[in-house]
Design a protein around this ligand. Structure first.
Ligand SMILES: [Cu+2]
Length: 225
């Protein structure tokens, strides 16, 4: 079917789901400081049609860290690991949470060949089908930590160093907002709001996350894949 016709057919079938809203949310810690690495999940309270899967989410192994520290993909989405260090790494799922007792939603383990000269090692794609969280580790470097959240809702974002995240193309209507941080001991309280147009919201974690080890997420240029 022609693309325009298909779009018209969808619009006819689903007249109430206009995708027009955009939510910018600022998340703070319990102490009121900016909270980076927070997954922001936005779920319409009404049923929503399946959304196209996004491009694979890139996770680099760089300077003995997973970058970014927190990644969100929708159920059925793919993460693409790339080793940018000049030595081998592993990727393995492991228990997460501050007590190390949250079982990973999916189990996997594989080796990542070292980068050579300016070329990263061969990327490895991993499709994630089970909603939940997965802590990432490396056999060779015990300090390496990363986190993946496999989201039931296709609308999500992760807060930056200023604690800000933007979720775009939201359907208009009532939505439920949820937060997740890898250090949390208990679920964060959800919030309901009416999505329409360009919106701003604020939210606060119910705890103070530990400081992320290392010098922090490197700035833009090092993200070139
Ligand atoms: Cu490693």
């Amino acid at each position: 079917m022609h693309k325009a016709l298909l779009a018209l057919a969808c619009a006819t079938l689903l007249p109430s789901l206009a995708a027009a809203a955009q939510l910018q949310i600022t998340v703070t810690t319990a102490d009121g400081k900016p909270a980076p690495d927070v997954a922001v999940l936005v779920q319409p309270t009404a049923a929503w049609p399946a959304q196209p899967l996004p491009e694979p989410a890139l996770i680099a192994q760089q300077n003995i860290r997973f970058v970014p520290f927190v990644t969100v993909v929708p159920v059925g989405g793919t993460v693409r690991f790339v080793n940018r260090d000049r030595y081998d790494h592993h990727v393995r799922s492991q228990p997460g949470g501050p007590l190390g007792n949250v079982a990973p939603a999916q189990q996997f383990e594989f080796r990542m060949a070292a980068a050579k000269a300016d070329k990263p090692g061969a990327p490895a794609d991993l499709k994630l089908d089970v909603p939940g969280t997965i802590a990432l580790g490396c056999h060779l470097h015990g300090s390496m930590r990363g986190h993946v959240l496999v989201s039931a809702t296709p609308w999500f974002a992760v807060t930056d160093d200023k604690g800000v995240a933007t979720v775009a193309n939201l359907p208009d209507g009532q939505v439920e907002l949820k937060l997740w941080h890898p250090d949390q001991l208990t679920d964060q309280a959800g919030t309901r709001l009416q999505a329409a147009g360009s919106m701003n919201a604020e939210a606060k974690l119910n705890f103070n996350p530990r400081r992320r080890p290392g010098p922090g997420t490197p700035p833009g240029p090092q993200y070139n894949f």
